[in-house]
Design a binder for this molecule. Structure first.
Ligand SMILES: Cc1cc2nc3c(=O)[nH]c(=O)nc-3n(C[C@H](O)[C@H](O)[C@H](O)COP(=O)(O)OP(=O)(O)OC[C@H]3O[C@@H](n4cnc5c(N)ncnc54)[C@H](O)[C@@H]3O)c2cc1C
Length: 504
């Protein structure tokens, strides 16, 4: 049993949990991070097959050129020099279609506009209006540009605009509409709900610049945990939080599966709020607050196929490919299983061993949790390895084949490059991340529910706070902003931003 009482006990070592721990340790607080897995980092985790490293939940990162926003934040966290980075090509995303057409998203707004105008010369006005509007929307989120403001966003009138309606309003050209929204696997935006600001924040970051981690994104978690420990903090693995102690309406300790107890003055949760509040107990909350999180809709889950390539068989692509079967590129939670997959994203992880050929290929597409619901009672992680039913294993093989057939249409040579294939399903994500449905990006945002889209780090328990992708926005950049918002509850936000800028 831990005898010490920490200033902050942090549940979960996803990027958000680690960043909060670092910020607080850097300001002299005692912190302890409790992580249920063997590997730190949540969606930053990697795995390897036949010595080939694959990322599970981060394929590329935005805004990392020197002086750009994520660079400035990462400089403060000590991640710019210690992690191996590879900048993607000027045409960092290729958007392709079953009809054989191919287009590109290019780095810098000027290049982005020029590239699309050369493909759609009649659509210059629409393309320029798109670019101007996206930049205008982003400017209303001060923290995305490291600017101090007490508010997280400064223009409420821009929050309730539909991304699809905005794009459709720019042009009648269906292909251009599809290209502009073509990377929506990055935010799982559905036509019916996705707010323009979500599309804008995500797209803008990558247009600024796009980078991959060489040899895997887990370096971010390793470096952060090293720095937390250097500042006196603790980061503990295999510590699954299974309950809490409370006194006078405040949390006093987190209890872990191995029977240990971690006392704290404050608690920050980096896990799905729905699961957190279940662990604390419904009786400690007003029904309206508790039910809001139990009923919150989540983004779709995903199915990923990871291929170990035969030596020197498949070229390393220094860009990502988003491929769509039709011009209807938005996420479709109600897809018909026989027509699945309607789109996929293909990327080749950057490896220090070769810049010419890919060691591996990762392919990701959407999948609903209900496809695996019948096996929901089975669990399997490195820490708790258990066999899944053989029906599930067969189903996974069928789905892998279905996805590979779709990929073959775009990359006919891929079959000959395969040494081995490995798949992950919504159950894999559920078990490794600890949410209840394997969702990719936390709460699903809806342009008609602007208040519900923004989750405060404060909870109804005065010494319990939230961070991570369930707050404002998912993704490495979104979660970094949430860490500042959460820590701004204890620290002077203005001074924190000044300290971050000084680190540059
Ligand atoms: C398939 C996929 C692809 C993605 N691609 C990209 C990309 O290319 N670029 C990008 O920017 N973003 C990408 N993202 C999103 C990004 O990875 C996430 O938004 C971000 O990493 C989430 O961080 P987080 O802080 O919310 O924590 P999470 O990563 O959700 O981690 C939560 C942590 O809490 C731990 N935990 C849960 N329950 C408990 C418990 N009871 N006790 C102790 N610990 C617990 C978990 O084990 C986990 O380590 C992707 C996500 C997915 C799923």
């Amino acid at each position: 049993m831990s005898k010490q009482s920490y200033d902050f006990v942090i549940i979960g070592s996803g990027l958000g949990g680690l960043q909060c721990a670092y910020i607080l340790a850097d300001h002299g607080f005692s912190v302890c991070v409790l992580e249920k897995n063997q590997q730190l980092g949540g969606s930053l985790q990697i795995f390897s097959r036949e010595k080939t490293v694959f990322d599970t939940g981060v394929h590329y990162l935005p805004a990392l050129d020197e002086g750009q926003p994520l660079y400035s934040y990462f400089k403060y966290f000590g991640l710019t020099d210690s992690v191996k980075w590879k900048k993607l090509d000027k045409h960092f995303d290729q958007i392709s279609f079953d009809d054989g057409s191919k287009f590109h998203h290019a780095s810098s707004w000027k290049e982005f506009e020029n590239t699309l105008i050369s493909d759609f010369p009649q659509e210059e006005n629409a393309i320029r209006t798109y670019s101007e509007t996206i930049q205008k929307v982003v400017k209303t989120f001060p923290l995305d540009e490291l600017e101090y403001n007490e508010k997280d966003h400064t223009d409420d009138t821009l929050l309730d605009i539909s991304a699809k309606e905005f794009i459709d309003g720019l042009t009648e050209n269906e292909k251009l509409r599809a290209v502009l929204a073509g990377s929506n696997l990055l935010y799982a935006g559905s036509a019916e709900k996705c707010p323009l600001y979500v599309h804008a924040l995500v797209t803008h970051g990558y247009v600024l610049s796009a980078y991959r981690c060489i040899d895997g994104g887990s370096q971010l978690a390793k470096e952060l945990s090293k720095r937390i420990r250097e500042k006196g903090g603790e980061v503990l693995r295999r510590k699954k939080v299974v309950g809490f102690d409370m006194e006078n309406g405040q949390l006093t300790a987190a209890r872990t599966e191995d029977g240990e107890m971690y006392r704290g003055k404050n608690f920050i949760s980096n896990i799905q709020p729905k699961v957190l509040f279940q662990l604390i107990g419904k009786e400690h909350f007003k029904p309206s607050f508790y039910n809001r999180f139990q009923r919150a809709p989540h983004t779709l889950s995903s199915f990923s196929v990871h291929i170990v390539c035969k030596p020197d068989s498949f070229p390393y692509h220094n860009h990502n490919v988003y491929h769509h079967t039709s011009n209807d590129v938005w996420a479709k939670p109600d897809y018909v299983e026989a027509e699945w997959p309607l789109q996929f994203m293909l990327s080749t992880p950057a490896s220090s061993k070769s810049e010419t050929f890919a060691e591996g290929i990762s392919i990701m597409t959407y999948m609903r949790f209900d496809e695996v619901e019948q096996w929901a009672n089975s669990h399997n992680t490195i820490v708790s390895p258990l066999e899944r039913p053989s029906e599930y294993v067969n189903w996974k093989e069928q789905k892998t084949e279905q996805l590979l057939k779709a990929v073959e249409k775009r990359f006919p040579e891929i079959r000959n490059c395969i040494q081995s294939v490995h798949a992950s399903t919504p159950l894999t994500f559920r078990d490794y991340i600890g949410n209840d449905d394997g969702n990719m990006y936390g709460t699903e945002k809806d342009f008609r529910r602007t208040v519900a889209n923004f989750v405060s780090p404060k909870t109804k328990i005065h010494n319990l706070w939230l961070t991570g992708q369930y707050l404002n926005l998912h993704g490495i950049f979104g979660v970094t902003i949430s860490s500042i918002v959460t820590c701004g509850q204890f620290l002077d936000r203005k001074k924190l931003l000044e300290r971050i800028k000084r680190a540059e």
